[in-house]
Design a protein around this ligand. Structure first.
Ligand code: BGC
Length: 236
């Protein structure tokens, strides 16, 4: 129940994706207190349009005192450094400051896969998180501590192509589910050799297309983790 004591720390958690922008409010313990709302990612996906979409979702979501954002690119100190699946205008933008101005509440921003990872991991051993959506997201955790901005997606995987080129949404549409699944199987084997993880979590909307039996140390996590993980950005 919402009491006066925990009113002070509700977090609006936002996930900026290539196809949708999603938001929901979490209580101090990180539990949802609202229904998730979603808008289509504006086209072209420029900063002003997406910031307005977030403001719209924020108004729908009601009251909150702080904001966490998962952004689909490299983020350092609230600044968005890459924009593989958005618009180049994002590069070098102080998203935390811009949103703080717009929403009037303090904002923290992290890579979307990092946020998804926070919502999924157990905090034990080496845990790798891969997100399969518009892009190919990756996050690495060692005993619960994040190695930020991993960006495995843009590394060479096979046939002179990156993981994202082989397994992103465009590739899925081009080569179809069957070949995409066989590529994913190989990608898992390749990532296991590289990271020797204890557990690999697969998140993102396209996990519903997986049609083979996953190894015992690989788990599919619900997409809502991309929002639930937002609470971790305020854990200090
Ligand atoms: C970006 C990553 C992001 C991933 C999933 C990639 O293109 O470079 O930072 O996590 O897409 O959105």
């Amino acid at each position: 129940m919402m009491t006066e004591e925990n009113r002070g720390s509700r977090t609006l958690t936002v996930d900026i994706g290539g196809s949708g922008v999603k938001a929901m409010v979490l209580d101090e313990a990180g539990n949802p207190v609202t229904e998730r709302s979603r808008l289509k990612t504006p086209k072209p996906p420029k900063p002003d349009a997406i910031i307005e979409a977030i403001a719209h979702l924020a108004a729908e979501q009601g009251e909150f005192e702080r904001v966490s954002v998962g952004y689909p690119g490299v983020v350092t100190n609230g600044i968005t450094k890459t924009a593989a699946n958005l618009d180049p205008d994002w590069i070098g933008l102080d998203l935390a400051a811009r949103l703080w101005d717009r929403l009037g509440k303090p904002v923290r921003v992290a890579n979307d896969a990092d946020v998804q990872g926070y919502g999924a991991i157990s905090g034990q051993g080496i845990e790798l998180v891969i997100t399969l959506g518009t892009g190919f997201g990756s996050a690495l955790f060692v005993e619960g501590k994040l190695v930020p901005n991993l960006e495995a997606g843009h590394h060479r995987f096979r046939k002179r192509e990156t993981y994202e080129e082989q397994l992103g949404r465009t590739a899925l549409k081009t080569v179809g589910k069957k070949r995409w699944n066989s590529r994913l199987k190989r990608a898992i084997a390749s990532l296991e050799h590289l990271f020797n993880y204890d557990c690999l979590y697969l998140g993102g909307g396209e996990t519903k297309k997986i049609n083979f039996e996953l190894p015992a140390n690989v788990k599919i996590v619900p997409n809502v983790n991309g929002l639930l993980g937002g609470i971790a950005l305020w854990r200090d």
